[in-house]
Write a protein that binds this ligand. Structure first.
Ligand code: PLP
Length: 370
């Protein structure tokens, strides 16, 4: 039994954020302004993107990226069946149809073969999702998309500062979308960003996030050449984000270390498999995911010991708005009920992680009668 709660995740704020917030409050400019511009520039620099556009959250980032690409009614966008529902909802809200496809149960990311099979004359884009910070098979997906003239919009909500082969996830497709919600390495309460290297798309994103206004003047007589939304990221949120960035290196190191400890400690445990991360290539596990037999039982046992896990989402095709037959989804049907995020907070100590490993091993041994 753990002596204290071992959280699945916990956000943390420090003195930096208080000081930055005070500065914004004293400036009396709380709206999307210079502080957000600075946050955008720092994020762009960290990931090596030409442009970063701050928005209200990861869902609006996805929606905005698709809308800025001109995707809407009559279009289809390919989405993996195993992701947070925001990925599909962002498509639906543009008026386009999300076309769900199966995942590869080995990586929990979109199956390139299933993506290719789903392409029709109406397909405009694909959204690979980098689950838990693990790269989807981008070389294959980008090649297929290129062959068919489709846009790749990366859902990098769980993959900020995770790299693959020297490139940050979220900077490989035409657009990449980040989330700064509280269960992310860097959080702003709510917040998101769209990354792109495309100048035209960048300008479109800027006007779409602000009522179709490319340039902000005094507000009253600004020209609004197109219809847009209000997805502005306030200076208050960005002040928190900038404060959080000062802990980034330390947090990323902790997340890699936690994963390595789990990988060592659970190696060879029967009925437990970590899909793993390519750490040498620059991937950073946001959360440590595991595929386990008898997931509910294990989750309950760990919960009783105050070790908190998080169960994976149900496949999207089983949710009412997207319901369809199981037939096309053997991968997600198999993986979703077995997938579990182990305690992954960057606040965990080595002792905490060892305690979880010990409890998982105890469960496995008991189940196998050893
Ligand atoms: C894969 C994925 N996509 C999209 C989102 C949506 O981001 P937000 O909650 O910031 O809207 C999340 C949220 O965590 C996510 O995990």
């Amino acid at each position: 039994m753990s002596e204290h709660d071992i959280p699945w995740w916990t956000p943390q704020v420090g003195q930096n954020e208080y000081a930055n917030l005070r500065d914004v409050l004293e400036s009396n400019y709380l709206n999307d302004g210079d502080v957000t511009t600075q946050f955008e520039q720092e994020i762009a620099k960290l990931v090596g993107a030409t442009y970063a556009v701050g928005v209200t959250n990861g869902t609006s980032a996805l929606f905005l990226a698709l809308a800025a690409l001109g995707i809407g009614h009559g279009d289809e966008v390919v989405v993996p069946d195993l992701t947070f529902i925001a990925t599909a909802n962002a498509v639906t809200l543009t008026g386009a149809t999300p076309v769900l496809v199966d995942i590869d149960p080995a990586t929990l990311t979109i199956s390139p073969e299933a993506f290719e099979k789903a392409i029709t004359a109406d397909t405009r884009a694909v959204i690979p999702v980098h689950i838990s910070g693990r790269s989807a098979d981008l070389p294959a997906i980008v090649a297929i998309a290129k062959e068919h003239g489709l846009a790749v919009v990366e859902d990098a909500a769980e993959a900020f500062a995770s790299f693959h082969d020297g490139r940050a996830l979220g900077t490989i497709g035409i657009a990449g979308c980040l989330s700064f919600s509280p269960n992310k390495t860097i959080m702003t309460g709510q917040g998101g960003m769209v990354l792109t290297d495309d100048e035209g798309l960048h300008l479109r994103l800027r006007e779409l996030k602000d009522q179709g206004r490319p340039v902000r003047g005094t507000g009253g007589d600004d020209p609004h050449p197109s219809v847009g939304f209000n997805f502005k990221l306030t200076n208050l949120h960005s002040a928190i984000g900038l404060g959080q960035l000062e802990y980034l290196t330390e947090r990323l190191a902790r997340q890699k270390r936690t994963y390595a400890q789990y990988a060592r400690g659970l190696a060879g445990a029967p009925g437990v498999r970590l899909p793993g991360f390519d750490i040498d290539s620059g991937e950073v596990p946001l959360w440590v995911d595991a595929i386990v037999e008898r997931r509910q039982e294990l989750d309950r046992l760990l919960g009783d010991r105050r070790m908190h896990c998080r169960r994976f989402w149900a496949p999207l095709h089983t949710q009412p708005p997207y319901r369809c037959s199981d037939e096309e989804f053997p991968g997600s049907i198999w993986a979703a009920p077995r997938a579990l995020w182990l305690p992954s907070a960057f606040t965990l100590s080595d002792t905490d992680v060892d305690a979880v490993i010990g409890a998982v091993r105890e469960f496995v041994d008991l189940r196998n009668g050893t």
